[in-house]
Design a protein around this ligand. Structure first.
Ligand code: ZN
Length: 284
């Protein structure tokens, strides 16, 4: 899949000028190894067709089925939002986040893995519909690489805040931290944060007002439906906003961003593998 170019010239992964594929430094921006060992063209083509939406949906669906299988018949059917919900043990094994996994079991990497797990059939369907709607829009604004970075930042900030709140902040009305929490919605809130950041940075009122209507929707759902992790949404939104400001939509996406996006996805996969390997000891 990743073909390596050994001769000729490529675009610098940082500034985009033509450099020799084997040059040690970019003559323009002074970046070390501007051709990324000859992998720059492959990463660039990955960027134009990253296929992130099908990747997320495929990975989440696969993990949902795996957690159902790991539930060994103990599949929840209580209430609308816990129809076909994997067992608590299975969700823990695959890397749910929250105060208990993070602070009691020491599974800090679950701030990454939890975004790929879902607690019921409606939960996964609603979240994947939101990913299908928001991920391509964000990729249009930032490029697919930066969209993946923003998506990952949303998960990390969202589940970190929810876990910290679950451990240290007493529940207040509809604001309660997660003891156990999963779902792509922290990342989705991150995409919404990035849309607002785009509006603020570029002055696009279309982006700002679109983002505001999504924020309102998140707030209304969070207020009306029981069991919504509002801390995860708020943290995810803040993480996406901050990542988006740091990545600056006024500047074009660089191949470096695609490389960082690949690293984000690799770390996410690794966090699930680590969860399962580390979690087996708890099942005895
Ligand atoms: Zn350069």
């Amino acid at each position: 899949m990743l073909k390596r170019q050994r001769t000729g010239s490529v675009l610098c992964t940082s500034c985009g000028v033509l450099v020799g594929v084997n040059d040690e430094r970019c003559y323009n921006c002074n970046r070390k190894n501007p051709g990324l060992w000859g992998f720059a063209p492959a990463l660039r083509s990955l960027g134009t067709d990253l296929g992130f939406v099908p990747f997320v949906i495929g990975a989440c669906a696969t993990l949902y089925v795996l957690t159902l299988i790991a539930s060994q018949g103990n599949i929840g059917m209580r209430g609308l939002f816990s129809l076909f919900s994997p067992s608590p043990q299975a969700l823990f094994l695959f890397g749910e986040s929250g105060a208990v996994p993070v602070f009691v079991a020491g599974r800090w990497w679950t701030v990454l893995s939890a975004a790929w797990l879902h607690a019921g059939v409606l939960h996964i369907v609603f979240n994947m519909m939101a990913v299908r709607q928001l991920a391509p829009v964000t990729a249009d604004l930032y490029g697919p690489g930066r969209m993946v970075i923003i998506y990952t930042a949303g998960a990390v900030f969202g589940f970190a805040l929810s876990s910290i709140a679950g451990a240290y902040i007493p529940p207040l009305l509809f604001l309660r931290g997660g003891q156990f929490t999963v779902g792509a919605s922290a990342s989705i809130a991150g995409l919404i944060g990035a849309m607002l950041a785009y509006g603020h940075r570029t002055g696009s009122s279309a982006a700002s007002s679109q983002a505001s209507s999504y924020i309102l929707m998140l707030a209304v759902y969070g207020f009306m439906l029981p069991g919504i992790d509002n801390y995860a949404h708020a943290g995810g939104f803040a993480g996406g906003y901050l990542a988006a400001r740091a990545l600056d939509p006024m500047k074009p996406e660089r191949i470096d961003h695609i490389a960082m996006a690949v690293a984000c996805l690799a770390l996410s996969i690794l966090s699930i593998v680590a969860s399962v390997l580390h979690g087996l000891q708890f099942l005895g």
